[in-house]
Design a binder for this molecule. Structure first.
Ligand SMILES: Nc1ncnc2c1ncn2[C@@H]1O[C@H](COP(=O)(O)OP(=O)(O)OP(=O)(O)O)[C@@H](O)[C@H]1O
Ligand SMILES: [Mg+2]
Length: 374
């Protein structure tokens, strides 16, 4: 029978060295976290490659320096570094999040955990400090908040436009209609009541009717631009057909619609967004393209919606720097991103422009806000 041989001092020491080495190797391998030790007074006592990467100092530059160099001047003035060490010594551990300063003076958003390290007699021998650089995450969170806010602002603006369009149509529109009726009933009386020599006045009165008609048309057009009732009443397909016909009539451009969007319903958010994208794309065609022909294609297969609008006009180079005050393409991109897709702009000078996008269904305001963060 083999008896267990007591481990020699040398063997034990070897295995302890191996363990210490393994820990060192582990800490040296970590690049995403700054892991280092502080002396009880706060001077840096060890340094790992992660700390070098995040904070910019080589170990021989920083070891022996007080760790307050990582803090902003305001926080140094308010005594924050010392307060954190006191809290870690008292509670055993402290966690903090805030701006920290790199060697080159730039700032990063850090998550910091400081843990008090004590020996077997409970005497404080120093602190272990682990720092993570969360700048990118913070930037993405801010972006996400901005996108959620922008989706909600978009929705609020659409609702407000809907309300104004309804007021214009229902209130102003009705009053204009009533005025026209009153003029129709009493207009001849007014005109005949005027003395025969006031021909000019008669003509002016005769003009009031057509002017009221023009006013009614203008009010209807403004209301429809703000929010086409057909989008709410008949849905996206009919609204796009109306838009295409209206555009074709106004600008003498042939607009072909290849639409298959009715089932299942895309929902109000996606329908409004697509309507606005087509509206802006057609406005661009009218303003910049001098095109003869435009095609609007939209297909909804229930799981995915594909969209394309192309013209045969002057075209442009999408890679060329756009004007800082041009928001049309930016707005279209944002709307498509909120739907979960991305807008592709293809174009060449002299060869027309094609805008296309695809996105997954269904989409609502919550998925739109979530999509916007990507
Ligand atoms: N269909 C098109 N044909 C030719 N050029 C186009 C077309 N669409 C866009 N462009 C070019 O791309 C540029 C950017 O378009 P964008 O819609 O962003 O801005 P804009 O129409 O100039 O201004 P706005 O902010 O009022 O929309 C335009 O100025 C134009 O040069
Ligand atoms: Mg535009």
């Amino acid at each position: 029978m083999q008896t267990a041989r007591p481990r020699s001092w040398l063997e034990r020491n070897h295995s302890e060295i191996a363990i210490v080495d393994r820990y060192r190797l582990l800490i040296d391998a970590v690049r995403d976290y700054a892991i280092f030790m502080l002396e009880p007074g706060g001077r840096v006592a060890s340094w790992n490659p992660g700390a070098r990467r995040i904070k910019g100092y080589f170990s021989d530059e920083i070891i022996g320096t007080h760790f307050s160099v990582f803090y902003t001047s305001d926080e140094i003035a308010s005594g924050k570094p010392e307060q954190l060490l006191e809290a870690a010594a008292f509670h055993g551990r402290v966690e903090d999040e805030g701006w920290r300063v790199r060697k080159d003076g730039s700032r990063f958003w850090a998550n910091v955990v400081i843990t008090a390290v004590r020996d077997d007699k409970n005497a404080l021998v120093g602190f272990a400090k682990i720092t993570r650089d969360l700048t990118e995450r913070r930037r993405l969170e801010a972006l996400e908040r901005a996108h959620v806010a922008s989706a909600l602002v978009e929705q609020a603006r659409e609702n407000e436009q809907k309300r104004i369009a309804r007021e214009l149509h229902d209130d102003l529109g009705q009053r204009i209609a009533a005025l026209k009726m009153a003029l129709g009933l009493r207009g001849t009386e007014f005109a005949s009541a005027l003395p025969a020599q006031t021909r000019a006045e008669r003509q002016a009165v005769a003009q009031i009717g057509p002017q009221i008609d023009a006013l009614a048309v203008a009010v209807r057009r403004i209301a429809a631009d703000l929010r086409p009732a057909v989008l709410d009443d008949l849905g996206l397909e009919a609204a796009l057909e109306w838009l295409a016909e209206d555009f074709g009539g106004r600008y003498g451009v042939a607009v072909q619609c290849e639409l298959d969007v009715s089932e299942p319903d895309l929902g109000e958010f996606a329908s409004t967004a697509l309507f606005r994208v087509v509206q802006e794309a057609l406005t661009n065609v009218a303003r910049h393209a001098r095109a003869h022909h435009v095609t609007i294609a939209l297909k909804n297969d229930g799981n995915q919606c594909r969209f394309r609008i192309s013209d045969d006009g002057a075209g442009f180079d999408p890679l060329s720097v756009s004007r800082p005050d041009a928001f049309g393409l930016i707005g279209m991109r944002e709307r498509i991103v909120q739907l979960g897709g991305s807008l592709t702009v293809e174009g060449r000078p002299g060869a027309g422009v094609t805008l296309s996008a695809a996105f997954r269904l269904p989409v609502d305001i919550r998925t739109a806000a979530a999509n916007a963060e990507r």
